[in-house]
Design a protein around this ligand. Structure first.
Ligand SMILES: [Zn+2]
Length: 380
């Protein structure tokens, strides 16, 4: 017996796609993307991107189509490059919305977009316009069809850094938006023109880790984050805070806020803790977290500033799949300034002078990344 293929489409933007139920995430999908399904496990639906490549999507995120609907398939005939206020846009018109995965690579800088169910119809090659200003970001675009079901677009980028990207569909055209470098206003203050979202971790009912004398992490995070804001503004940056009081804000709302404000960078401020059974006298110090390759260098700059300015042990810039590190539209870093559960670090963290120092240090790390000071020549 041959079972009819069952197709479905995603019901909303930012649909979570996983390699297996509850395991690692792949590129999220916008609404209206059609997928071929071929199995399920409890409330997880197994989708076939291409033969040999399964992904999983929650049943509640999908709408099944009537039996006999055509399988997701489209032909790519052209590709357009345009630009808008955010950056340059690579647009791929198709006859329906197909699933995709984006992979970011640094050094060399490139974005690789794989569209599943797509097939190339004609040969084409992208060449940057002779006028440099026409394409500030894109060096070259090439494509290949590694198998019958995958259309792969490789966007090579000119700059030595990547500043953000996101994908969306307009009708059935898939758009890859690539962000311009932030425009810093020259001759003014050091960070004039830079838009920063500062996110004080936790708040409201989510009080975070509890310090030895009973002050919670949410309170400490807010105090340091407000000092961070003050210093960024002194340097000329425009700052958007996800909260300025002790209130609940969901992780999704924090990320949405940063994306909606179209900021150049997102920094989440936290205090660290340890799972039960580990010794905070032995494990303590400062660290930053990042998820996408574009945030690694910024995470290192901020961490290095804290190690230097706050004289804390260096726990590194670490990879972790955290909600506040997941947006792609801008570099996003989460700072674990110091350990709330270590008595020495905690006594610093509740001290207003030290909080100001920590806020300044975060700002310095960020400024060193976005607006490096020219090396001063030593004249004796
Ligand atoms: Zn926290």
């Amino acid at each position: 017996m041959v079972r009819q293929p069952l197709t479905a489409f995603t019901l909303h933007d930012d649909t979570i796609v996983r390699v297996a139920p509850e395991l690692a995430r792949l590129t999220p999908l916008p609404a209206g993307v059609r997928v071929l399904t071929d199995g399920y496990q409890k409330d997880n639906i197994r989708c076939l991107y291409r033969p040999g490549k399964h992904v999983w999507i929650k049943r509640e995120d999908l709408q099944f189509e009537p039996l006999g609907a055509p399988i997701p398939r489209a032909v790519c005939r052209t590709l357009q490059v345009g630009k808008d206020a955010y950056g340059e846009v690579v647009s791929i018109p198709m006859s329906q919305r197909l699933p995709f995965i984006v992979e970011q690579q640094i050094k060399p800088n490139r974005l690789v977009l794989k569209i599943f169910g797509a097939q190339a119809d004609t040969d084409w090659a992208y060449q940057a316009p002779p006028d440099e200003r026409e394409a500030k970001l894109i060096e070259d675009i090439s494509w290949k069809q590694p198998d019958d079901h995958t259309y792969e677009i490789d966007v090579a980028l000119k700059a030595n850094r990547q500043w953000g990207y996101y994908l969306d569909y307009s009708d059935n055209t898939l758009n890859l938006h690539i962000k311009y470098a932030p425009t810093l206003v020259k001759g003014d203050k050091r960070l004039s023109g830079l838009k920063v979202c500062v996110d004080p971790g936790h708040g409201g009912n989510e009080s975070g880790a509890l310090g030895p004398s009973g002050i919670n992490e949410a309170t400490i995070n807010l105090a340091i984050a407000l000092e961070f804001k003050k210093e960024l503004e002194r340097l000329g940056a425009t700052v958007y805070m996800t909260r300025e009081r002790d209130v609940d804000v969901s992780l999704a709302d924090r990320v949405k806020f940063a994306v909606d404000k179209k900021v150049d960078v997102l920094v989440s401020v936290h205090g660290n803790a340890l799972p039960d059974g580990r010794d905070p006298m032995k494990e303590h110090g400062t660290s930053t977290y990042r998820y996408h390759p574009q945030s690694i260098e910024l995470a290192r700059f901020i961490k290095n500033a804290m190690v230097r300015d706050l004289n804390l042990p260096d726990l590194g810039e670490r990879y972790q799949n955290l909600a506040l590190c997941r947006p792609t539209a801008m570099p996003a870093v989460l700072a674990e300034v110091a350990f709330v559960v270590n008595p020495d670090e905690y006594s610093n963290m509740i001290n207003p002078d030290w909080q100001a120092k920590a806020g300044k240090s975060l700002a310095r790390g960020l400024a060193d990344y976005f607006a490096p000071k020219p090396v001063e020549t030593n004249q004796n």
